[in-house]
Design a protein around this ligand. Structure first.
Ligand SMILES: CC(C)(COP(=O)(O)OP(=O)(O)OC[C@H]1O[C@@H](n2cnc3c(N)ncnc32)[C@H](O)[C@@H]1OP(=O)(O)O)[C@@H](O)C(=O)NCCC(=O)NCCS
Length: 190
């Protein structure tokens, strides 16, 4: 695939923000730091994602402060997931620049799970990435056994591929992953 550099250098967060009922997505802000730290204390978040562990307030501050830089450079689109105006989790599209396929990643805090936050947020960012950015394909990586995330990926229309041995770096260790894929054509047909 050709580099996305020209097409995506300098991203602007959607305005009006992406929303679905009581769920809204906007770039992370300093006021989100306390609930980001709280969410990342749940062992399920570091278990299945690449967030630092143990996760500190400094990690959250760095994450929030990097977000506008990533948006401005077009490297990564980070969104806070809000439910009824309260922080629920994070979703992002990584690897927007370069030759690889951009990847969707997310977590939802234990207090906000099973309300459709992750699946609705994923559908929103997928629609934005295909509709507004014109990306041809998105990937999503899950570690074997992460049934929760598999449910989210399937609900958003992704198709699961075979296990890629050592397919992902998790805090310095290579781990196995399933690569889920969704093309713009398949998304448009669904
Ligand atoms: C996985 C995770 C993001 C799901 O968030 P969520 O907002 O609760 O997910 P949704 O409510 O949108 O769930 C959508 C569907 O996925 C499936 N699902 C979600 N969580 C599940 C779980 N714990 N067990 C089994 N299925 C689950 C269900 O089919 C669910 O639909 P239903 O509630 O109507 O049955 C959340 O549990 C989480 O953050 N986990 C830890 C971090 C993580 O795994 N991130 C993803 C890395 S790839």
């Amino acid at each position: 695939m050709a580099a996305h550099q020209d097409a995506f250098s300098g991203l602007t967060p959607p305005d009006p923000p992406l929303a679905d009922g009581d769920l809204l997505l906007r770039p992370p802000l300093p006021q989100d730091i306390p609930w980001i730290v709280r969410g990342c204390q749940d062992p399920e978040v570091p278990r299945w994602t690449t967030v630092p562990s143990p996760y500190t307030e400094a990690h959250a501050r760095e994450f929030v402060e990097e977000s506008p830089v990533d948006w401005a450079q077009g490297t990564e689109a980070r969104f806070a997931i809000l439910l009824d105006g309260a922080g629920a989790g994070m979703i992002g599209i990584h690897r927007l620049l370069g030759d690889g396929v951009p990847e969707v990643g997310y977590w939802v805090g234990p207090w906000a799970r099973r309300r459709g936050a992750a699946s609705r947020a994923t559908r929103l960012v997928v629609g934005w990435a295909f509709g507004q950015l014109g990306l041809p394909r998105l990937d999503l990586l899950t570690m074997p056994g992460n049934t929760g995330s598999e449910g989210v990926a399937a609900a958003a229309g992704f198709t699961r591929g075979p296990v890629e041995a050592s397919g992902c770096d998790q805090r310095g260790t290579r781990v196995d992953v399933h690569r889920w894929t969704l093309s713009r054509e398949d998304w448009a047909r669904s």
